[in-house]
Design a protein around this ligand. Structure first.
Ligand code: PLP
Length: 364
């Protein structure tokens, strides 16, 4: 075609999501009920029962537009984090917030720094602005914050760091983050992507990004309802930052980017402590279950602080194919330049066991 395609789009390599259950069932002639999906770090517990019943009620009002300013949800989040509502920006998933950040602070003459093996959305939102991606080498699969500092130039405008990181599950501690933040010039936006932070509430080494906001006006902490709260399908996430930055990001936002049902479900989820506790418990025991199985099979894995484990396996593509043939969906990581690794999400004890048994069967 002779369409004058935007070059940013022409050069874009789109995100490859975990394969949906329906798709695998279609392609491999399997029964949906026999398929276990451990590919997208979804919550095996489902979601808060209170959130579900609120969603069902709210669905009846779907003829109305949502509150474009998400007043009630912002009020709840502001209370939850002891920040002001003006410090919040809501997104259609935190991916939307990452895109808003790129649209607000990146441009063709600007650079975004992120690490090798970092979350796949950073290169995408950077490319969409035709900005330059500066990719720093990883250190033992994790972010090398010193390498990121060393990569700063006069053109750097955003640094993306995920803690813990996806797909490696690695985490950096308070000391490292504090030293890093102190050295990043204030003109540069630091995005601290905390999609899995709720799993780490009782980890004393883990730096909860919100506690640094009063000190650093260039810091944006992003969080999501997709992971521990189990609302991935509703698409809702948020950023917490200085009111000045939030005001800029909110200008770039679509007026109704967060839907009505998602806003109401998020409010209920945020206050359902019991559900969060259960989710942490099932995740912790699931991590131990998977680690023990990998140890037994002599499979090397990257120790994870999140709700998935990335493990090393030769012929990863072939093993992935065999897993799929037997109804187990995990996440291949060739797109992350990790062709010899697969990532498995922590499921229920039964789902984890199904994955373990099928993998063992393949490897004998
Ligand atoms: C899952 C994940 C997100 C969340 O994306 P949503 O758009 O909120 O579903 C963000 N960052 C990282 C690193 C993730 O793994």
């Amino acid at each position: 075609m002779n369409w004058k395609t935007n070059p940013n789009i022409a050069a874009l390599r789109p995100y490859t999501p975990g394969k949906p259950i329906e798709e695998l069932a279609r392609e491999y002639g399997l029964n949906e009920a026999d398929i276990v999906k451990l590919a997208s770090n979804e919550n095996p517990l489902g979601m808060s029962a209170k959130a579900l019943s609120k969603m069902q009620k709210t669905a009846q009002s779907a003829n109305f537009y949502p509150d474009g300013n998400s007043f009630e949800l912002k009020k709840c989040l502001a209370e939850f984090y002891a920040v002001k509502s003006e410090q919040l920006v809501l997104g259609n998933g935190s991916n939307d917030v990452l895109d808003l950040i790129a649209r607000t602070f990146l441009a063709p003459d600007k650079e975004a720094i992120f690490s090798e093996y970092a979350f796949a959305v950073y290169p995408i939102v950077t490319q969409l602005q035709n900005a330059t991606a500066v990719i720093t080498p990883a250190n033992d699969w994790g972010h090398d914050l010193d390498a990121m500092l060393a990569a700063i130039t006069g053109s750097t405008s955003v640094i993306f760091v995920a803690n813990p990181n996806n797909p490696t599950g690695t985490m950096f501690g308070k000391t490292e983050l504090e030293a890093f933040l102190a050295k990043v010039p204030e003109r540069i936006i630091v995005v601290l992507d905390e999609a899995y932070s709720e799993y780490l509430v009782s980890n004393e080494q883990y730096p909860q990004g919100v506690s640094y906001l009063s000190q650093y006006t260039n810091l944006i902490v992003t969080r999501t309802f997709s992971k521990i709260y189990g609302l991935a399908g509703l698409r809702i996430g948020y950023g917490i930052c200085s009111p000045e930055i939030a005001e800029l990001l909110n200008r770039a936002r679509q007026p109704f980017n967060v839907n009505l049902v998602a806003q109401e479900a998020a409010i209920e989820s945020l206050n359902d402590n019991d559900f969060v506790k259960q989710a942490i418990a099932i995740n912790t025991s699931g991590l131990r279950q998977l680690e023990a199985a990998f140890d037994e099979m002599r499979i090397t894995y990257i120790p994870s602080k999140a709700n998935f484990i990335t493990f090393e396996i030769t012929n990863a593509a072939e093993i992935n194919e065999k897993l799929m043939q037997q109804g187990v969906i995990v996440r291949p990581l060739a797109g992350y330049k990790m062709p010899n690794h697969l990532r498995v999400s922590v499921g229920s004890a039964e789902q984890n066991q199904r994955f373990i048994d099928v993998l063992k069967g393949i490897l004998v």
